[in-house]
Design a protein around this ligand. Structure first.
Ligand code: C2E
Ligand code: MG
Ligand code: MG
Length: 756
């Protein structure tokens, strides 16, 4: 029997050594504590082993002491391991030293037993025919037991408290350890109280050490893991359904239960519910797959991403599958909202210019054989609507127009707001009906009742061709077509055609050749004489002519508006003024006392300090300022009129004579006359066109001349075409006269030849 026990002990000792070595290699943070515990257990086990192997008394005595002292070390290691396992530290140093103190006392009293035998003595018996030294306990034994069991039960207490206090999912972790301790405790008690001749109690500790080794280092608390995973799965926003091999739903998380509306735990019912929701069997899995699905639930669009996965175990055997359903509705709505905001105009809800261009471009690319109209629409005088009625009303106008476009638009039209008061439309050309469009544009009324306001809109149309490559260019062309009728209240629609195209080409030509024309003196002033009531030529107006090598003589009406648009007018005017100064200088040198009037474009004021430039010129040429007369039209007062008044005053202070050009052809001449400090009133003879047989026109001219004189202005009539007119004007008291009747504008040479 003892041999059998010895063999069992040998196996246990070997196994403990293996566990100790293996735990040394483990990277688990608790491994160190586990190893110490195993070694702690190993010592009394070895002691116990020495007790039971048949041998001389000395071996048995050594075994006994190793056993007792090892026992103390062992329980201390149990305590330390338990503390580590439960993540607790010594509450205070006193406690720690007290424990150590007990251990030291026990160790010392055990060693003293060699001499005093107060703890135990031995009694020889025979077991299996061999001598076995049975322990006879004395009072010291009780002290030893109190200390050892005290420490052991303290450890057990710690783990039980931890077990009770920890959350449900962690209970498994502590319950395994509690079980290990209780089991070893029971085995131990059995041996102590059964008083068997051979003490096998240490096997209980060895079993405890093995359990610790396994549970602390290798056992993965699957239930803990399961619970954690289930907890995570339940807290996920996604719906999860797990299926067994037969395709039966075995578990579904909270969101999945909510989505399908089944009762808790009745997971099998989810399959038919999913079929009803998605209209197809989304649970059937052949292979992994992901797809998106849009469905309408209670009239609300909802978006889902469904992901199906087949599950295999580590041996590649099919174990089941799961379905994951993510509700993307909020995300999709957000994306759609952002996309809508980026592509739609906030006020009108129509497409923005960029997005409209993109859509038009896609449409043309999809079907470039079809002909489309690209339309640019613009509200006339929208600025005035805003100024007079207020921004709010302006917004209402825009919204109304947008509504109107929406209402009238065909299914295949594309339209948007492409600027402040501009709208863009693209439609198949066969959809366009000129009469309907014309009617719509001319009858546009915005607002109701007293606030009803007639809106004038114009439409420029560009027809696409196969060669078009840029939508912005198409709208530019439609815009150019629109510009050709801007301000015309009777015509609302204009097509981009040959005429406009040629106009653009001409504009390009004018712009590109201008500098060279100035340098080559192809652009020069012609002079038109100005006479007094005695028919004496007293001066001339400098009128620009461009003698173009291929186009012939170009009148200012052709190129000045172009140059005013692109700002190059300042270059031309500067050149003309310089030429006029050259002539005046020559005349001055020759003793000829005549003036030249030069024209100033309102745009000149944007590009230079006009009074400063003119002063510099007369100074440079050494001529009198009064000989270079300055003609300004009332349009100069449209923007920044205060500044312009100051400029005019500066000119007059410098000695220039300032003339108001084209008086009577504008719309607020009388009003402006009050503000513009001029010297000469140049009356436009458009009035005089029918003076010959229209007594009213004659009276108007008469009164203007009288008024000019009243205001101390010199009246000058331009466009005098007949002797009769001249005579009449002289009789009316006009002081200066200009017109084809005297001479058309002629070259400087011709002028000097004829009139000097
Ligand atoms: P404006 O200053 O009012 O010049 C008078 C225009 O009337 C000139 O036209 C002249 O040729 C024309 N005219 C003169 N007598 C008669 C007549 O008896 N009957 C008719 N029907 N027309 C007559 P033009 O030369 O074509 O100039 C047109 C306008 O171009 C000028 O009007 C002036 O505003 C502008 N302009 C001319 N030269 C320049 C210039 O160097 N700089 C600027 N900024 N504008 C200029
Ligand atoms: Mg003029
Ligand atoms: Mg004029």
């Amino acid at each position: 029997m003892r041999t059998v026990y010895a063999c069992i002990f040998t196996v246990f000792i070997a196994a403990l050594i293996v566990c100790a070595v293996k735990s040394r290699r483990s990277l688990n943070p608790i491994a160190d504590s586990v190893r110490r515990l195993i070694i702690g257990v190993l010592i009394p086990v070895v002691g116990n082993y020495l007790l039971i192997v048949p041998g001389p008394k000395l071996v048995s005595d050594i075994g006994r002491y190793v056993y007792f002292i090892g026992m103390v070390i062992c329980v201390y290691r149990v305590l330390r391991f338990t503390m580590d396992y439960c993540n607790i530290e010594w509450k205070n140093k006193l406690l720690k030293y007290t424990v150590w103190g007990f251990i030291a006392v026990d160790g010392i009293q055990l060693l003293l037993n060699i001499f005093t035998h107060h703890t135990f003595s031995v009694e020889k018996t025979m077991v299996d025919g061999y001598a076995y030294y049975l322990l006879v306990p004395h009072w010291g034994q009780s002290l030893h037991r109190v200390i050892v069991y005290g420490i052991f039960f303290a450890s057990l207490g710690i783990i039980i408290v931890k077990l009770i206090k920890s959350p449900r999912i962690y209970k498994e972790r502590y319950s395994t350890m509690t079980a290990a301790m209780v089991i070893s405790c029971l085995v131990e008690s059995y041996y102590i109280f059964s008083r068997k001749p051979i003490d096998l109690s240490m096997l209980a500790f060895a079993i405890y050490a093995f359990m610790v080794y396994y549970f602390a280092l290798y056992y993965r608390p699957m239930r803990l893991l399961d619970r954690m995973l289930a907890g995570i799965a339940s807290e996920m926003n996604e719906s999860l359904f797990f299926y067994d091999l037969e395709g039966k739903c075995i578990w579904a998380n909270e969101p999945a239960v909510r989505l399908t509306g089944v009762e808790q735990s009745r997971y099998e019912e989810t399959t038919s519910k999913l079929l009803r929701i998605f209209g197809e069997d989304v649970t059937a899995v052949d292979d992994d797959s992901t797809h998106k699905k849009d469905i309408t639930v209670e009239e609300e669009e909802r978006y889902y991403t469904l992901e199906r996965r087949v599950l295999y175990d580590d041996k590649d055997r099919l174990t089941g599958s799961f379905l994951r359903i993510r509700d993307d509705t909020d995300e999709q709505k957000r994306i759609r909202r952002e996309f809508y905001n980026a592509t739609h105009d906030r006020l009108t809800g129509l497409y923005t210019s960029e997005y409209l261009n993109e859509l038009i471009w896609n449409r043309i690319n999809d079907d470039n054989r079809r002909s489309y109209y690209v339309i640019y629409m613009n509200i006339s005088e929208f600025k005035i609507v805003n100024d007079v009625y207020g921004m709010e009303y302006g917004d209402l106008v825009l919204k109304n127009i947008a509504e109107r476009i929406k209402k009238d638009a065909g299914r295949s039209w594309l339209y948007g707001r492409i600027g402040g008061d501009s709208f863009g439309i693209m439609m198949p050309s066969e959809d366009f009906d000129r009469d309907i469009a014309d009617k719509a544009l001319s009858e546009l009324v915005v607002g109701e009742g007293s606030k009803a306001h007639k809106i004038v809109m114009h439409m420029g149309i560009y027809e696409t061709t196969r060669f078009d490559s840029d939508v912005a260019v198409m709208f530019d062309r439609a815009h150019l077509a629109l510009n050709s009728i801007k301000g015309d209240y009777n015509v609302h629609i204009a097509f981009y055609d040959e005429k406009i195209r040629n106009g653009i080409l001409k504009e390009n030509m004018i712009t590109s050749q201008l500098q060279e024309a100035i340098e080559q003196r192809h652009i020069m002033p012609y002079l038109q004489p100005i006479v007094d009531p005695n028919r004496n030529v007293v001066g001339a107006e400098a009128l620009t002519r461009w003698t173009h090598p291929t186009e012939g003589i170009l009148s200012p009406a052709v190129f000045i508006p172009v140059l005013e648009r692109n700002g190059l007018i300042a270059d031309v005017d500067n050149h003309i003024w310089r030429c006029a100064c050259e002539v005046l200088k020559r005349w001055q040198d020759q003793g000829i006392d005549m003036f030249i009037s030069i024209n100033i474009s309102p745009k000149d004021f944007y590009f230079m300090d006009v009074p400063f430039e003119l002063e510099r010129l007369v100074e440079e040429y050494g001529i009198k300022a009064e000989k270079l007369r300055v003609e300004l039209t009332e349009t100069v007062m449209i923007n920044n009129s205060d500044m312009r008044i100051k400029d005019i005053e500066r000119l007059r202070d410098a000695g220039f004579i300032v003339e108001m050009d084209d008086f009577g052809s504008g719309f607020s001449s009388l009003n402006l006359l009050q503000d513009m400090p001029v010297d000469v009133l140049k009356i436009d003879m458009v009035f005089l066109r029918n003076t010959d047989d229209n007594p009213k026109a004659g009276k108007i001219i008469y009164n203007i001349i009288a008024m000019a004189k009243d205001l101390d202005l010199v009246p000058l009539t331009e466009g005098v075409e007949s002797e009769y007119q001249y005579q009449q004007l002289v009789r009316m008291g006009c002081k200066l006269f200009q017109g084809n009747h005297f001479s058309k504008p002629v070259t400087i040479e011709e002028f000097e030849e004829e009139f000097i």
